[in-house]
Design a protein around this ligand. Structure first.
Ligand code: PHE
Length: 487
């Protein structure tokens, strides 16, 4: 059990939690993934669905996680165990906490590799190593970067070291201090990049691309991607937000804080789109380029423009910082659990976690070179980590948490911890009981490959299922509670 003698450390500043949680949320997901999936799935229509997913699933799940953290004042495992014991429920529920902690760790194992790409491109931009005149040349640079395990491993090792250095210094001295300058710096750089975009000649096209809500271009695959991405971009069910929530002072409003973080995350994703797409369009490139969009098309586009190198440097510096403020949040759950339960100091906890992480991430990194042939069921180790976490562990952990909060625990626990007025509370409850679970179930149906849900075609069915779930849930829930009550 966690040491309960000492009160838990808390964020020092008023903005400590918001900055750290926004730092966690804003990362490669916003700047690397969001623009390219928006490009792949056709722009504005995708953006609209994504916003709906953030509101209907992301915000309620995030509120639930923060409430678990603050109520239980511990790592995901300890916090969930304390909260369930308060309601007299089984400790078995803390398995959700174990999964969340593992999930954060697994994400970081491949995240450091992608973050390493960003750092290496920053270096290439600084030293003029990115020369080439076509997308094919850029693809060759990218391939060469990945083909050498020493180079690729060197960069991901650097990310691991920086992450552990910050986390090892502690919640206030390490995490809070670093996000308090990195986050404003990141926003400043993003604004400068948008200004550059405005003068690039492609800004109008970019705005039209991102904000023309043409529902005709909406595919079911796009909707699923939007739903899955809502989890990833808000750092949900991976221990990060819950653990940061465990340092949140009692007086802070969870609802308001969550909305600030979700809003900031969304605004940064859209701003990243407004920084990247003008440059892409101004150079007549394809926005649907896929994962290589910012590592191949973008550097080439920057090269072709006056002051492009300077802004290219700014871009990769911003991306590297965004990745780092996310990385630190992914191991905080593990480090906090080790400190609380194993009686070791924070630096020891951080560096020992770092060693294990380094070993696993090295395996992930090798997927791009020496281990290119090591596949299982058609997936490399790197892809397995991504697939298992984003398709299964995050949605499953989210589902467990909302069902636990919505049906299993005493209703007073969350009413008290969230401190909401009756109407917003009812809204939250409806979301965690029905809307979020339905959204998550759709992800599973798709991941199992059982059936391709087409939202455009099946929305009457989905609505019917939702109504039936609500009726059954409301009719059963008091009985459900009684049935689950220990004798
Ligand atoms: N939200 C981060 C991003 O968008 C990724 C992340 C996932 C961070 C899970 C912490 C936990 O890049």
């Amino acid at each position: 059990m966690a040491s309960s003698g000492q009160p838990r450390i808390q964020w020092l500043g008023r903005w400590g939690f918001v900055l750290a949680a926004t730092g966690s949320a804003v990362g490669l997901g916003n700047i690397w993934k969001f623009p390219y999936i928006t490009g792949e799935y056709g722009g504005g229509a995708f953006v609209l669905v994504y916003l709906a997913c953030i509101l209907a699933v992301g915000v309620p799940v995030m509120m639930t996680e923060i409430a678990f953290g603050r109520r239980g004042r511990g790592s995901p495992i300890d916090a969930i165990r304390r909260v369930v014991s308060e309601s007299g429920r089984s400790f078995g529920w803390s398995l959700i906490g174990w999964m969340a902690m593992l999930c954060g760790f697994m994400i970081l194992s491949f995240y450091v590799v992608v973050a390493g790409w960003s750092f290496s491109y920053l270096w290439k931009m600084l030293t003029g190593g990115l020369t080439g005149s076509s997308v094919d040349d850029m693809a060759a640079v990218f391939a060469a970067n990945n083909a050498n395990p020493w180079v690729l491993g060197g960069w991901s090792t650097l990310v691991t070291l920086l992450t552990m250095l910050i986390v090892g210094k502690g919640v206030q001295e390490g995490i809070e201090k670093s996000v308090s300058w990195m986050m404003p710096g990141l926003v400043l750089m993003l604004v400068l990049l948008i200004v550059f975009g405005v003068f690039s000649g492609g800004f109008g096209d970019a705005v039209r691309f991102l904000f023309s809500f043409n529902t005709g271009s909406l595919s079911s695959a796009g909707m699923l991607a939007a739903l899955g991405h809502a989890f990833f971009t808000l750092s949900l069910a991976s221990g990060a937000i819950l653990t940061y929530g465990s340092y949140l002072p009692k007086g802070a409003s969870i609802g308001r804080t969550t909305v600030s973080v979700a809003l900031a995350d969304t605004v940064v994703a859209l701003m990243a789109g407004l920084a990247i797409f003008p440059v892409i369009f101004a150079n007549g490139m394809n926005p649907g380029e896929g994962p290589g969009l910012i590592f191949m098309s973008l550097p080439l586009a920057f090269q072709a423009m006056p002051l492009g190198t300077l802004f290219g440097i700014l871009f990769f510096l911003m991306l590297s910082m965004a990745a780092l403020t996310s990385s630190i949040s992914m191991v905080e759950a593990t480090v906090s659990w080790l400190c609380d339960n194993k009686g070791i100091t924070r630096p020891v906890a951080a560096w020992s976690t770092g060693i294990v992480l380094w070993l696993i991430s090295t395996l992930a990194m090798l997927s791009f070179n020496m281990g290119a042939d090591w596949t299982l069921a058609g997936r490399h180790f790197f892809d397995w980590l991504d697939y298992l976490t984003s398709r299964w562990m995050m949605p499953l952990g989210g589902l467990g948490m909302v069902l636990l909060a919505g049906f299993v625990l005493n209703s007073e626990t969350f009413r008290d911890e969230l401190g909401l007025a009756p109407l917003p509370y009812t809204l939250w409850l409806t979301m965690v009981r029905y809307v979020s679970p339905l959204g998550i179930l759709v992800i599973f149906v798709d991941a199992l490959g059982l059936y391709q849900v087409s939202f455009a075609q099946h929305w009457p069915w989905l609505l019917t299922i939702l109504v039936v779930m609500m009726a059954a849930g409301e009719a059963l829930s008091p009985r459900l509670r009684k049935a689950l009550k220990p004798a």
